[in-house]
Design a protein around this ligand. Structure first.
Ligand SMILES: *Cc1c(COP(=O)(O)O)cnc(C)c1O
Length: 371
């Protein structure tokens, strides 16, 4: 590919330490699912490996295997769906499954060598997890098999999109009720519920571990989370963006007034222009729909508007105002160039999406370089 992602190892470690400060170092689970939110699983692990890592989180058992292959020996939480056919493999890898239904719980109980397991409760998202009212039945089944449970957890549905946390507090109370069934039975599982946003703005959600994804990479889960944080805390939190997306100009060409640019002839020049062609399109992860917004890239520190539709592997930008642009010039799609910056939030916004989707869809094959 002709574009690359620069991963700022120092920024990643800095963000990790911020959360160690907020929750306590032993309580931070760095979530590396979805190719480390597009940052590259291996590159991100490599950047974090010099820290005292207590927990890493992934979605798939196979991602747990990749981290073991990279040499990670610490605790590993598989937050994604646990399925029957993978429970034995997870145990071999010492990866800790999150179980949320009786089918998989029975499969785990039937294992000769059971790995550690976390029981998940669905407290208001209608996704993964036992219903809170099933807690006594889960506890009874565990006791019947004399099985110990490592953790009890849940996930919030609506922290990022609001500044009023009433719904999350409701989820929190359902979670605490479910967890009580375990403690009442003499079990002492660790409790965990928080992801980035809740860890940042809901002190009561932190319990024994926080599962930090988006903000580990220096991105606020949403603008509302940032506002909520500012309302609660005197100072700003110094989250440092980790990823920059760069490419190069492959062609510079004149376009005469009246000529069209791109598929569908949706863009017609109303003056003479000079455009640059870039080797990035929707295949690489630049959303096609972003071409319909007033989106731009940075060349020589200046904003260059996207013109015409985004193609599969190419896109065009207007460089008329920059006489000096040449083939081979560096282009920034996300990140800083000179005094200007394009945040993941900006590009996600142009694509009517969120940084989570935008970043996790940056193509796997783009080289990730630690800087
Ligand atoms: C992805 C995920 C997280 C991390 O969420 P962020 O908002 O990215 O911090 C935490 N917990 C679960 C269950 C997840 O799936």
């Amino acid at each position: 590919m002709l574009s690359r992602l620069e991963i700022d190892a120092g920024a990643l470690r800095h963000n990790y330490r911020l959360f160690c400060g907020i929750a306590g170092a032993q309580r931070v689970c760095a979530v590396l699912k979805a190719n480390a939110y597009g940052h590259g699983l291996a590159a991100s692990y490599q950047a974090l490996a010099s820290e005292q890592l207590h927990w890493l989180g992934v979605n798939y058992v196979d991602e747990a295997r990749q981290l073991r292959d990279l040499g990670y020996g610490g605790r590993l939480l598989v937050v994604g769906p646990a399925v029957e056919r993978e429970v034995a493999r997870a145990a071999q890898l010492k990866a800790e499954l999150v179980i949320g239904n009786f089918v998989v719980l029975q499969a785990w109980l039937a294992l000769g060598q059971r790995g550690p397991v976390h029981i998940k409760f669905d407290t208001g998202m209608s996704r993964q997890g036992f219903l809170p009212r099933e807690a006594p039945a889960v506890v009874a089944l565990l006791r019947q098999h004399q099985a110990a449970v490592t953790g009890v957890c849940t996930h919030f549905a609506n922290v990022e999109d609001v500044t009023d946390q009433t719904y999350s507090l409701h989820q929190l109370s359902l979670f605490e009720q479910a967890a009580k069934a375990f403690t009442d039975a003499g079990m002492a599982p660790m409790l965990h519920a928080a992801s980035s946003a809740s860890a940042l703005i809901m002190d009561a959600s932190r319990f024994d571990m926080v599962r930090i994804g988006m903000s580990l990479y220096g991105v606020w889960p949403s603008p509302l989370t940032r506002v909520s944080y500012l309302q609660l805390h005197a100072g700003v939190l110094d989250l440092q963006p980790v990823l920059s997306w760069r490419t190069e100009v492959t062609t510079v060409k004149p376009v005469i007034s009246g000529e069209y640019i791109g598929y569908g002839c949706t863009y017609r020049a109303i003056r003479d222009m000079r455009i640059a062609v870039l080797p990035v399109g929707y295949y690489e992860g630049f959303p096609r729909i972003a071409g319909e917004a007033a989106s731009f890239v940075l060349i020589r520190g200046e904003r260059c508007p996207v013109v015409g539709r985004i193609c599969m592997n190419m896109m065009m930008v207007d460089t008329t105002h920059l006489a000096a642009v040449e083939v081979g010039d560096q282009v920034t799609l996300i990140g800083k160039d000179g005094k200007d910056v394009i945040a993941a939030h900006d590009l996600a916004g142009w694509a009517r999406s969120i940084p989570y989707e935008l970043l996790s869809r940056l193509h796997q094959d783009m080289p990730r370089t630690l800087v």
